[in-house]
Design a protein around this ligand. Structure first.
Ligand SMILES: [Zn+2]
Length: 155
């Protein structure tokens, strides 16, 4: 990706582009309703995918779990999962720490999140949607994510 330009500059540039692209009264009204979903990992993926030239819909609520990025004509969705809340199963993941106290509080929450993810993915799959899950910790290597996204969307 663009040699000679730092990753920060690259991402910031697309950040402005995406913000301009999405600015409208309707958009900000919707944003306020779904603010909890507009996490930083998701914004990074949106900027990356937008910069790759793909267009998508956000959080289509008529689909199971309101998938983060929806590509209707390709019948594909990208889900961006925060490693901590969604419990990234990769043993190498540096972000899926387990709290040391209040396990009676955390464990049921984690299990409910994981269960909801599995159900949503199963329902999306049953409806014929292709699914790519991007985990938060994978965003440290955007070039790899870019390759995976392109293979997924073109495949
Ligand atoms: Zn992770």
């Amino acid at each position: 990706v663009r040699r000679g330009i730092s990753k920060t500059t690259y991402v910031a540039g697309h950040g402005r582009q995406v913000m301009e692209h999405e600015t409208s009264a309707q958009r900000s009204k919707q944003m306020s309703r779904i603010r909890s979903k507009d996490t930083k990992p998701e914004l990074l993926v949106r900027q990356l995918v937008h910069g790759m030239g793909y267009r998508y819909r956000l959080h289509r609520r008529d689909l199971p779990g309101s998938p983060d990025l929806v590509f209707p004509s390709r019948h594909k969705v990208i889900l961006v999962h925060g490693c901590f809340w969604h419990r990234h199963p990769d043993p190498q993941c540096p972000l899926t720490r387990t709290p040391k106290s209040r396990l009676d509080f955390w464990v049921p929450k984690f299990e409910a999140n994981r269960q909801r993810d599995l159900e949503n993915e199963a329902r999306l799959g049953a409806l014929g949607w292709g699914i790519l899950v991007v985990w938060e910790c994978q965003l440290r290597h955007l070039a790899i994510v870019e390759v995976r996204v392109r293979e997924f969307l073109e495949g």
